[in-house]
Design a protein around this ligand. Structure first.
Ligand SMILES: NC(=O)c1ccc[n+]([C@@H]2O[C@H](COP(=O)([O-])OP(=O)(O)OC[C@H]3O[C@@H](n4cnc5c(N)ncnc54)[C@H](O)[C@@H]3O)[C@@H](O)[C@H]2O)c1
Length: 305
């Protein structure tokens, strides 16, 4: 039985908790949760309780070392916000654990190097969960290329269309600040760049990128003639007229995870996407030349119906 501790008991953690507490209960068990928010850790315990997994001790963010010392996990699963990944990945490895981290591994080059150095000096393993690789159509593309069905790949056109539901969600909360997510070319495109490396069995040699904020944000909305603004949806009358508004009270999960937890840390999950204070891009284009000589044109736009 492998022992797992999990850091970051937000929306994404449910996938890992369900897998361990229900689907793979013969192979592993959870031993601890760590988060800066107690309400979300309590919700995670209630969730695993539904699968008859016993509740686990909870530790605040500054008690990470104590958690490892007291519960001795084999693996730490990192599902906290992106800007914190490197901190937990490196510390877990220094304390003798292997790590499974959500993408993106981290958000900038310095933190990336810190992680690479920690893997080298601790000898521990780190797996970044690039789940897109396992989607059947994505695996199939790898199989077809590897079997030489289409011959050598000279050119890749990769276009990712984020719709107004999924795309908008990155502009409502922590992702909208580049300090937290690295922007969408890191937070989102990491999946796509990983896929192309995987398919081509090559790595980028030269990369050129451009990006801008053209749709979300207050200034863009003002230019389109919008005159009514609000900060967050909950309790706002103006939000009722905004098709981009997220209404948390209508969802049991969003209410339990975020609305009932915000008194602790002021994390508002439902900010207006036409608010000031967004500093990530929503319109992005990249050209990449790979070591294999393949050339990729790539685009990511985050507001497409
Ligand atoms: N692979 C995928 O397709 C996929 C999909 C969704 C999210 N994710 C990744 O999962 C991670 C979590 O995303 P989410 O949507 O669950 O976000 P979320 O906001 O729902 O959860 C993040 C959690 O991190 C906690 N947190 C914040 N600061 C912390 C700190 N200093 N220490 C410990 N915990 C802290 C928050 O309290 C919250 O519980 C992100 O890295 C995201 O990129 C991956």
């Amino acid at each position: 039985m492998k022992k797992y501790a999990l850091v970051g008991t937000g929306g994404r953690s449910g996938l890992f908790l369900t897998a361990i507490a229900r689907d793979y209960r013969q192979e592993g068990r959870l031993v601890a949760f760590c988060d800066s928010n107690q309400t979300r850790m309590d919700y995670a315990n209630a969730m695993i309780g539904e699968f008859e997994h016993q509740s686990v001790p909870t530790y605040k963010a500054d008690e990470f070392d104590k958690m490892i010392a007291e519960t001795r996990p084999d693996f730490v699963i990192v599902t906290s916000i992106d800007r914190t990944h490197h901190h937990y990945i490196v510390r877990a490895m220094e304390l003798g654990c292997d790590v499974i981290s959500e993408k993106p591994m981290t958000i900038d080059e310095e933190k990336c190097q810190e992680i690479i150095d920690a893997v080298a000096h601790t000898g521990r393993s780190l797996r970044v969960t690039f789940n897109y690789r396992y989607e059947p159509h994505h695996s199939k593309i790898l199989e077809l290329i590897a079997a030489n069905i289409i011959g050598e790949v000279y050119s890749v056109h990769f276009e990712w269309l984020l719709n107004t539901e999924h795309g908008a969600d990155y502009f409502r909360r922590w992702h909208r600040n580049k300090r937290n997510s690295g922007g969408l070319l890191v937070h989102k495109s990491t999946h796509h760049f990983d896929l192309v490396n995987f398919w081509l069995n090559s790595e980028p040699e030269t990369v050129y990128a451009q990006g801008d904020l053209r749709f979300y944000g207050k200034a863009n909305a003002e230019e389109r003639g919008v005159t009514e603004f609000y900060n967050r949806s909950h309790g706002s009358e103006a939000a009722a007229n905004d098709p981009f508004a997220l209404l948390m009270k209508d969802s049991k999960q969003l209410t339990s995870l975020y609305l009932n937890a915000e008194h602790e840390d002021g994390y508002y999950r439902d900010k207006s996407v036409f608010d000031d204070g967004i500093n990530i891009e929503d319109t992005l284009g990249v050209i990449v030349r790979y070591k294999s000589k393949a050339i990729m044109t790539y685009s990511l736009n985050a507001y497409l119906p």
